[in-house]
Design a protein around this ligand. Structure first.
Ligand code: 3H9
Length: 690
């Protein structure tokens, strides 16, 4: 049987190599291999020093996350690391790629660390709902002090080689030959006393450091437990000796390892890595050197900025020269802000301003573009007119994409002579910052066109999710469903501010009514009017939003909407409340009160129900894709894993029971039998998710 850990030695130096693709995760076999190697090294008097290195693209990227759902299998990583640290021969970790989590802890157990200049180290455990469990919370503070450890451990932030050297994590940085540098350091230290972090006293700490950090970390965590647990552990063990501290770390780690939040965060970790598994994965994407963007509004300039930040050249088209100049300035304004935030070098900004961004009023300037993204006003006729023009000027092999959030991409493709090269690319605003991208695949799209959309997503650093054509694709369709449910809630008796508070208690950054006020109520209003002819007459329709719009109260930009903004601090708007009360009376609804939990129960079930339909219709490939969309585009708390994961955790029978109970309340338009079918059909996919 091949082992993922090999040991070779020559001239008194042993080299241990971990080779466990793809990321050298510390599986049980790796732990066993390391333990066996240590035993051989300890018994071999000819070995005087050791280099611990990894094959492939990276140093150890952590414990094997796939093992976390199973009972722990010996040897334990913390014991293996203790065995390495206890050796009476110096061990140097040679780090390339990323030494993360258990991988970094392994390196901390070594006596010295050499990092390649392109390498990173970090303890991202909190992002998986756990804390470091193999000594990271005890060794790191003893190496770099409490303040820097709080920062790294509670954020999960990665540190590059230059910073690691400054912090004292790395003893040396290798410019080129990593193993050569590691060997050089080893030879320098071979006769020196062996430094062990576990021998050091705890890092001296003033208690107020923890008090100050706690408030900040709890606010940032928005309901996520692990960052706060990590801080509390650091505080509790700050004065303990090493063995006591390790014992506490092990206890806290064991408590979190299979917690609901850890399961949710693991789910979303793997779901984000599955989104690229699409039917078109083997198709060859068209190389995109030049990108065209039509429409220089908020979306168009955001998309242009995103592409420019990724090093692409962009041609931005507007209707006339003055608008083109305005769009160019807006895009440059976004990039200036990126320079200020340290995301773009001044020299790159200058190159963009000097020529990489070209703004024009002539479609003919798109003749060389490989991919053109239309980001005009959300109106089918407007978009179709643009696509007719694009079809004339774009080279025949170019892919044409529409940035629409609701419209039928197939109907837009149909006005061109190349429907097989038309896709939807639904960006989220601000497009140069938001990570999510829905790649919308109309029925006639060729695999190469879809693959081109995904390749662009990768290049822009986006999380690209495949979606089929329907009203709102994945995310906005679910948004429509829960917005409707929120409307039912206010008609049934909840105040908009109560619904918004429930959203925030749940961990969402904003309430649904605040969000609509911020976006402008006219957007939803126009959408509802557009969809009116196709609306099922049996559907419960809440007119409150329309009535508010009819008064000209279009949200924050108009100073009024669900809230009144005239006094600076938003307060519930009197007229909106009066409209709600009048509508309840008109419909004969007896107003009732709702707890925060009841509100979110309904909202969540609306999301799950719509998610089940989306799966049923094949709009999303997997339920995990829906969760990825909700977490990355709609502020769904990552530590809850997404609505479909929550449905899984609740169990299908319980989901159905609750939906049926709601349907009995007659607040839902869908019949329970229909729901039963949708959810039962989706059950297999729920189960497939594993
Ligand atoms: C930990 O260490 C706990 C300890 O403190 C205590 C222990 C007692 N395990 O991301 P990619 C898979 S917690 C298993 O696309 P990249 C991934 O699913 C851990 N599998 O590559 C994918 O599989 P597939 C702390 C893992 O180059 C493939 O590898 N560590 C693991 O874009 C490629 O992944 C972390 O949180 C894993 N640990 O990025 C680090 N990691 O091909 C987590 C990856 O079948 N990992 N896979 O879809 C990462 O951040 C990135 O994967 C990394 C590479 C930066 C390493």
């Amino acid at each position: 049987m091949t082992t993922p850990v090999s040991l070779s030695h020559a001239d008194g130096i042993a080299v241990i190599t971990i080779d466990n693709p793809p990321v050298n995760a510390v599986s049980q076999a790796v732990r066993q291999g390391l333990a066996d190697s240590m035993a051989k090294i300890a018994a071999d008097a000819s070995i005087r020093g050791i280099i611990l290195s990894c094959a492939g693209r990276t140093f150890v990227a952590g414990a094997d996350i796939r093992e976390f759902g199973k009972p722990p299998a010996p040897p334990m990583l913390r014991d293996v690391i203790a065995g390495i640290e206890a050796l009476d021969k110096p061990v140097v970790a040679a780090i390339h790629g990323t030494a993360l989590g258990g991988g970094f802890e392994l390196a901390l157990g070594c006596h010295y660390r050499v990092m390649h200049r392109s390498a990173f180290v970090g303890l991202p455990e909190v992002t998986l709902g756990i804390i470091p469990g193999a000594g990271g919370t005890q060794r790191l503070p003893r190496l770099i002090g409490i303040q820097a450890s709080i920062d790294m451990i509670t954020s999960g932030r990665r540190v590059d080689a230059a910073e690691a050297l400054k912090l004292g994590i790395a003893d040396a940085v290798a410019e080129g030959d990593l193993l050569g540098s590691a060997r050089k350091l080893l030879m320098e230290k071979i006769a020196a006393p062996i430094p062990r972090l576990s021998d050091r006293p705890p890092a001296a700490t003033a208690p107020e450091i923890f008090a100050k950090a706690r408030q900040q970390i709890a606010t940032r965590a928005r309901g996520q437990i692990s960052p706060v647990s990590a801080l509390d552990l650091l505080a509790e063990t700050a004065h303990m000796d090493f063995a006591q501290g390790m014992a506490r770390e092990a206890e806290i780690f064991a408590g979190l390892r299979n917690s609901g939040q850890a399961r949710a965060l693991r789910h979303i970790f793997f779901a984000e890595r599955e989104i690229g598994k699409i039917p078109e994965a083997d198709a060859r994407p068209l190389p995109v050197a030049g990108l065209g963007v039509v429409g220089g509004g908020l979306m168009g300039t955001g998309i242009a900025a995103s592409a420019l930040l990724a090093g692409m050249n962009v041609t931005l088209i507007e209707r006339d020269a003055a608008s083109a100049e305005g769009a160019r300035n807006r895009a440059l304004g976004l990039l200036k802000a990126s320079v200020e935030r340290g995301k773009l070098a001044q020299a790159d900004y200058d190159a963009i301003a000097a020529g990489r961004l070209h703004a024009s009023a002539s479609y003919a300037d798109l003749a060389e573009a490989d991919l053109v993204i239309e980001a005009a006003f959300e109106d089918l006729a407007v978009k179709q007119a643009i696509f007719r023009e694009l079809d004339k000027v774009a080279k025949p092999e170019a892919v044409l994409a529409t940035n629409t959030s609701y419209l039928d991409v197939g109907a837009i493709a149909a006005v061109t002579a190349r429907p097989e090269r038309v896709i939807g690319l639904h960006f989220f605003s601000p497009a140069h910052i938001m990570k999510l991208l829905e790649v919308v695949v109309p029925p006639k799209a060729r695999p190469e066109a879809v693959a081109t959309g995904f390749a662009l997503g990768r290049r822009l650093g986006k999380i690209a999710v495949r979606a089929g054509v329907c009203d709102g694709f994945i995310g906005n369709r679910i948004l429509s469903a829960y917005r409707k449910q929120a409307d039912y809630l206010i008609e049934d008796g909840a105040a908009p501010a109560e619904v918004d508070a429930a959203f925030k208690n749940f961990g969402l950054p904003m309430g649904v009514f605040e969000m609509q006020d911020m976006a402008g109520l006219d957007i939803g209003w126009a959408n509802r009017r557009a969809l009116a002819p196709r609306r099922d007459p049996r559907e419960r329709y809440v007119e409150i939003g329309d009535l508010i719009c009819e008064r000209g109260h279009l949200g924050r930009k108009a100073g009024r909407g669900y809230y009144n903004y005239s006094g600076g601090v938003p307060v519930p708007d009197d007229e909106a409340l009066a409209i709600i009360a009048a509508e309840r009376t008109r419909k004969g609804i007896v107003s009732r009160s709702f707890t925060s939990d009841e509100i979110m129960d309904r909202i969540l079930l609306a999301m799950i129900n719509e998610g089940a339909r989306i799966l049923d219709e094949g709009i999303a490939l997997r339920s995990g894709d829906i969760d990825v969309v909700m977490v990355n585009g709609y502020g769904f708390p990552r530590w809850r894993g997404g609505p479909m994961h929550m449905a899984d955790e609740m169990g299908l029978a319980e989901v159905l029971r609750r939906i049926e109970a709601l349907a009995r309340d007659d607040t839902w338009f869908w019949k329970p039998s229909g729901l039963l079918k949708q959810l039962a059909d989706a059950k297999r996919r729920f189960a497939d998710k594993g």
